[in-house]
Design a protein around this ligand. Sequence first.
Ligand SMILES: Cc1cc2nc3c(=O)[nH]c(=O)nc-3n(C[C@H](O)[C@H](O)[C@H](O)COP(=O)(O)O)c2cc1C
Length: 220
Amino acid sequence: MDAIKCITTRRSIRAFKQEPIDSDLLRKVVDIARWSPSYKDSQPWEVIILSGERKKALSQMMVDLLERGAEPTPDLPAPVSWPEKEQERIDHLYAARKEATGIDLNDPGIIQKAKKANFNFYNAPHAFYLLQDSSLSQWSLFDLGLFAQSLMLAAHAMGIGTVPQAFATDYAGEIKEFLGIPSAKRLVLGISVGYPDWDSPANQLRTDRVPAEELITWME
Ligand SMILES: Cc1cc2nc3c(=O)[nH]c(=O)nc-3n(C[C@H](O)[C@H](O)[C@H](O)COP(=O)(O)O)c2cc1C
């Protein structure tokens, strides 16, 4: 698959086949992603790959916390509001998602359900966590974003589906304790990983993008 096709056909996958992915293939995805650029080649990224019982136990812990009404402890706080333009795009996504899946993310009752699905990593056989030292600057967060995209594109090129998940870091404090990760690490992103179930309605949504011309200011 060429780079242009890979970038333009990747999409978030939210339903997976149960077939596990060979660990050599999972390693290969990370092996490719490490060629991402980073500030001064500092490579401020670490990856945890969860599968099997450990993943199941972590999901259960997050679901239990949610059901108990525990306050989230994310390392990166969730945005409380958005500028008008970005909010319009979010509204557009929510409307499209409601039409494609029947799930209305504006319904507070649904949020609980959506979080549970996220905590269960959409039943994917594997979950990645991306993390870095919390003393690193915002540039390193930027670098980790580049790494995340490389990882998801490498996976896509190999027929592996992914979805990046901020929700999966809701209970960062408890997740780090459970997995034995030092509290000085910043847990930035969870990613569900597995072979896509293309028959699921959850995977039928193709999100929109605003036209390039709206993003560009030509200056001569
Ligand atoms: C930083 C980040 C956090 C995200 N968090 C979640 C999440 O918690 N749960 C989820 O289902 N999707 C999450 N997404 C996926 C976005 O909803 C998705 O990328 C966006 O709607 C565009 O759709 P596409 O990935 O199919 O192109 C996240 C994406 C990014 C980049």
